[in-house]
Design a protein around this ligand. Structure first.
Ligand SMILES: Nc1nc2c(ncn2[C@@H]2O[C@H](COP(=O)(O)OP(=O)(O)OP(=O)(O)O)[C@@H](O)[C@H]2O)c(=O)[nH]1
Ligand SMILES: [Mg+2]
Length: 200
């Protein structure tokens, strides 16, 4: 559940979230599962960056997706960017401008996508040292094909002090949880920033 306390009404409540990771790890399906509860088995590459601009989440959003609310006065809006596949993590930094949160995805059946995480983290830390990050090991439904164990994912996340979820866009497990964790930390950071600037 997302919680907002005394959220600023004078500033824009819009946040930019980017989903990154190696080619074919399931970024697009994670985003469409979360925003539209849709999944596709087709393996077409993302042609360009897709931006979901209408993602509105009310303060007491439950795990069931709610795209907007009319009752609540305060509302936050998340622009979720599904990036196209990138061979080189460092080429993606152009999209990082104004970003508040990053979902970093690997595929639990592709060791290479896990080994790429250090490169992704270097790029993220270089361009967005303060941003909120969540690590997602996707395709957890493919038990028999798994080559990266949850312990390794957790250890990598712990070494960077970020949350970790094994998830599946196919069977929905942990997709909402991972997004909610990230979105909540984005909201919390904004609140602590506001608190710091008010008390300064
Ligand atoms: N079994 C399984 N397959 C998945 C899952 N998520 C994605 N896929 C499949 O993996 C393939 C790639 O998924 P995409 O969502 O297109 O991956 P992507 O990271 O957006 O790919 P690019 O945009 O090309 O980098 C597709 O065939 C999906 O159906 C999952 O959780 N489980
Ligand atoms: Mg894609």
């Amino acid at each position: 559940m997302l919680i907002m306390k005394n959220f600023s009404k004078t500033k824009s409540n819009a946040f930019k979230i980017i989903v990154v990771g190696d080619k074919r790890v399931g970024k697009s399906n994670i985003v469409t599962r979360f925003t539209q509860n849709e999944f596709s088995l087709e393996s077409s590459s993302s042609p360009m960056i897709n931006i979901y601009t209408d993602m509105k989440i009310k303060p007491d959003r439950s795990s069931e997706l709610r795209r907007s609310c009319s009752k609540e006065e305060e509302e936050v809006k998340f622009h979720i960017w599904d990036t196209e596949c990138q061979e080189e993590p460092h080429s993606l930094h152009l999209y990082f401008k104004g970003c508040h949160g990053i979902m970093l995805v690997y595929d639990v059946t592709k060791q290479h996508s896990f080994e790429s995480l250090s490169g992704w983290m270097d790029t993220i830390k270089e361009h967005l040292p303060e941003t909120n990050i969540v690590l997602v090991g996707n395709k957890s439904d493919l038990h028999n094909l798994k080559t990266v164990c949850a312990e390794d994912g957790q250890a990598f996340a712990d070494s960077h002090g970020i949350p970790f979820y094994e998830a599946s866009a196919l069977d929905c497990s942990n997709i909402n949880e991972a997004f909610e964790d990230l979105l909540q930390s984005v909201i919390d950071s904004r609140e602590s920033h506001d608190g710091a600037s008010t008390s300064a």
